[in-house]
Design a binder for this molecule. Structure first.
Ligand SMILES: Nc1ncnc2c1ncn2[C@@H]1O[C@H](COP(=O)(O)OP(=O)(O)O)[C@@H](O)[C@H]1O
Ligand SMILES: [Mg+2]
Length: 328
């Protein structure tokens, strides 16, 4: 018997990109050989620059996209190709919280019908629906008067509370939160993060928390996976990642967390941008931007190797990077 809620094994997802009527289409590899796991009550942070494949990974795990290959095991059961009844079970148990709550809230529906919809779809008896709605509304800190209103009557933070309430209606075991606070004012970001942590404590949820910077995931995650151009380049317990990062890209992400200390050294950003996922990289995809890159890095793809404390790193120079790291 396993205590893993989710066990993602060697997941690949690509998109066919059309190049016009008479040209051959290209393949964009958005998620490449990703393996991850999540336990009950645990938060796994996934971090990486925009365009590195975080949302594609999250949507493939939820089966909003079909994986090209790889396995998605939920509670010991392979759900990678599940259909019909098994799929409905999956939809109940793994829920998605969108970056922009407007994506999941139909502007023409009242909050009551938005919250009732998942229960109706899954055949809940009418008598149980209102009780469930009231209990979840209370959990996410919204008043009952919200039920007769429409999404446009709420602020961004309140809309995200409604998005979270909707995701909780079916009593899921896993919440996949895709940059749930990126679209919100800084002042309400911590309220939503605290709400998610409270819900996790009360309901024993497993949470996958996606963000594009490490500052946000730092506060919420038990473990952190760092993505670069579709691949996981480093994965470890959150404290390990912050104290002894071993991938030059993770080290850059940590150094670029703004520190509100007067006189703290300013940090120069990484040169260049994330390369196009349409390009084929012979060596390490990060090599072009990496200050440590050698010829080996440009020629050979580094494997994701596991060292002490289940710390995984994909870098030819991880040991030197580890030695050179000066904790902040
Ligand atoms: N539906 C799609 N069709 C084609 N390309 C896509 C699609 N969704 C995402 N992509 C591409 O896949 C890559 C990863 O995107 P995404 O997963 O949204 O990254 P992130 O969430 O990290 O910003 C990007 O290059 C993006 O343009
Ligand atoms: Mg995204």
């Amino acid at each position: 018997m396993t205590d893993l809620l989710l066990d993602i094994q060697n997941l690949h997802k690509s998109f066919k990109i059309s190049n016009g009527l008479f040209k051959k289409s290209s393949t964009l590899r958005a998620v490449i050989d990703v393996s991850l796991s999540l336990k009950q009550g645990e938060t796994l942070g996934i971090v990486g620059e925009s365009g590195c494949g975080k949302s594609t990974l999250a949507k493939t795990i939820c089966r909003l996209y079909e994986a090209d290959s790889g396995r998605i095991i939920f509670n010991g059961q392979d759900i990678s190709r599940s259909q019909n009844k098994a799929m409905s079970h999956l939809r109940k148990n793994i829920q998605y919280v969108f970056q922009d709550p407007n994506e999941s809230l139909n502007p023409r529906h009242s909050i009551h019908s938005i919250l009732a919809e998942p229960l109706i779809i899954h055949g809940e008896k009418k008598s149980g629906i209102d009780t469930r709605i009231h209990s979840i509304l209370d959990k996410v800190g919204l008043p009952k008067s919200a039920l007769t209103k429409f999404p446009h009557e709420f602020s961004g933070g309140q809309k995200q509370r409604i998005g979270i309430a909707r995701a909780l209606m079916l009593n899921p075991k896993v919440l996949i939160c895709d940059e749930p606070v990126s679209a919100l004012d800084v002042s309400v970001q911590s309220q939503i993060i605290n709400l998610l942590l409270e819900l996790q404590r009360d309901l024993g949820l497993g949470i996958v928390f996606i963000a594009h910077d490490l500052a946000v995931v730092k506060h919420v995650s038990d473990r952190v996976a760092v993505m670069y151009l579709g691949k996981i380049v480093e994965q470890a317990a959150a404290s390990e990642i912050y104290q002894t990062p071993q991938h030059p890209y993770t080290q850059h992400l940590i150094r670029s967390i703004p520190r509100p200390v007067i006189g703290s050294p300013s940090y120069s950003p990484l040169p260049g941008e994330v390369p196009s996922p349409l390009e084929i990289h012979q060596g390490c995809a990060f090599a072009e931007r990496c200050h440590m890159a050698t010829r080996e890095c440009h020629q050979t793809v580094p494997a994701l190797l596991t060292s002490d404390n289940d710390h995984k790193v994909a870098c030819h120079h991880r040991l030197i990077a580890k030695q050179q790291w000066i904790p902040l």
